[in-house]
Design a protein around this ligand. Structure first.
Ligand SMILES: Cc1ncc(COP(=O)(O)O)c(C=O)c1O
Length: 451
């Protein structure tokens, strides 16, 4: 890499590097990007003004207090919280989940629990709960789902024991877009005196704007904490999520403080210590610009786009909808799903090709946003057409045992593949492995990519 370049050269370099992300065309990608409102004028200004501010000490930078308190108040209002509800702005869904689980764990420890603590969650709960369990040394007990992929309260009840620190449900689950029976799962958690967390990371900014959607918020007494991402259906730049708690006592277990070193005493609400104000200020600017009126309109557009697609694929024999979604995200499958995904890619759509697990078959995942509305008819037609024309799923070379490869060998193997051309083969290969081997392989791939 060349250093000490002129300002103009660095700007040109940045433009060139940005072009390498060019496949994220407006309205043609899913999950990674949330397109819709034109918030760029306010979010970019916010990021520029607050990039250098430091959340290490919000008394030194009162902007942090203003932005966070305003955003928490917005979330409290949206999710039927009373004035006791408090929270934090975090860097994303994973951090919100991690912190809620940590708070629940530490509260359970304080309550005298002995032995290894556990977390109970339907199998559809997001991977972030597995990560939280791994980081925080909890056992994770996953439970069954019904034929619409909703958690089953009786199964959750059966998995709870004295060492359960937290019970989890999703509103909705990422995979199938369905809301778990929040009141029922909450009731079994409450019956055993357990902390109940609702993961509304993906749904918290849309469900309140869909009339008749299932209840999932603080209006349900059993709900102790909720995670809701601003950087998903809040349409804010990446790096902003809310974690909300029923009251300050619950949140107190999230905080970390120490004065047992030679430097400044530290008290942190979240994982990061020094942190930029850029994503926080941008989230505040987006919420201030849109407000509930703006989000209601964006949700209506995202649903309109979703319904357009669903109305086309429901009668199409080539494509199966895995579950009727409660929010604008859903999963579909087809006879040759990996070839289907690759064929969609060739038409410029970046859909999530997802391997099978337990009751959930391999599928294509679509998180539909307001920005998809202008292209929804084309999307629907392409989803059906590519299911028929995508071709057969590739067959792996016999004798190739991916799970036996170490990171270096996987690196060598990767170099002989073209990520676009061989996509269906790669997706089929991942699907052929058991979940532990899948995880090992994708970790090895990532380790190979980051030098
Ligand atoms: C339901 C749900 N929970 C948690 C997360 C994790 O969020 P993040 O990727 O912001 O860490 C996601 C992300 O898609 C999600 O859909």
């Amino acid at each position: 890499m060349e250093y000490a370049r002129s300002v103009d050269d660095v700007l040109a370099d940045l433009a060139e590097i940005a072009a390498s992300d060019g496949s994220w065309g407006y309205g043609r990608a899913f999950t990674y990007v949330f397109d819709g409102p034109d918030l760029e004028p306010v979010t970019t200004a916010a990021m520029r003004l607050f990039a250098a501010s430091n959340g290490l000490d919000p008394t030194a930078f009162p902007s942090f207090l203003r932005f966070e308190n305003d955003l928490v108040a917005f979330g409290r209002g949206l999710l039927a919280g009373d004035e006791d509800v408090v929270g934090s702005v975090t860097s994303g869904g994973t951090e919100s989940i991690m912190l809620a689980v940590k708070a629940a764990r530490d509260r359970a420890r304080g309550g005298g629990a002995t032995g290894r603590l556990n977390m109970v969650a339907p199998i559809t709960a997001h991977a972030a709960f597995h990560k939280a369990a791994a980081y925080l040394d909890l056992e994770i007990r996953t439970t069954a789902v019904d034929e619409q992929f909703r958690g089953i309260a009786d199964d959750v009840a059966a998995a709870i024991d004295d060492n359960t620190a937290v019970v989890v449900a999703s509103a909705p689950s990422y995979t199938h877009g369905v809301v778990d029976p929040i009141a029922e799962v909450g009731a079994v958690a409450a019956q055993r005196g357990k902390w109940f967390h609702v993961d509304a990371c993906v749904g918290g900014m849309v469900l309140p704007f869909i009339d008749g959607s299932p209840q999932f918020d603080f209006s349900i007494d059993a709900v102790d904490s909720i995670s809701v991402d601003l950087h998903k259906y809040g349409y804010t730049p990446k790096g902003a999520s809310l974690v909300l708690y029923r009251n300050a006592e619950l949140r107190s277990h999230q905080y970390f403080a120490t004065a047992a070193w030679t430097g400044y005493p530290v008290a942190n609400a979240t994982v990061q210590s020094t942190k930029s104000g850029a994503p926080l200020a941008a989230a505040w600017a987006a919420v201030r610009r849109l407000g509930e009126i703006g989000y209601r309109q964006l949700t209506a557009d995202a649903r309109k786009a979703t319904n357009l697609v669903l109305d086309t694929i429901r009668p199409a024999p080539e494509v199966d909808l895995l579950a009727e979604p409660d929010a604008p995200l859903f999963a579909v499958t087809s006879a040759n799903v990996f070839a289907h995904g690759a064929a969609m890619r060739r038409r410029g759509w970046v859909v999530g090709v997802t391997p099978s697990l337990g009751p959930s078959p391999a599928h294509l995942h679509l998180t539909v946003t307001a920005g998809h509305l202008p292209l929804a008819a084309e999307l629907a037609a392409d989803l059906v057409a590519t299911a028929a024309a995508g071709g057969e799923d590739p067959v792996l070379p016999p004798g190739l045992d991916l799970s036996a490869l170490d990171p270096e060998m996987i690196g060598g193997l990767l170099d002989s593949f073209d990520l676009d051309r061989d996509r269906a083969l790669i997706d089929a290969a991942v699907d052929s492995l058991d979940p532990d081997a899948r995880a090992a392989v994708i970790s090895a791939v990532l380790q190979h990519l980051y030098r």
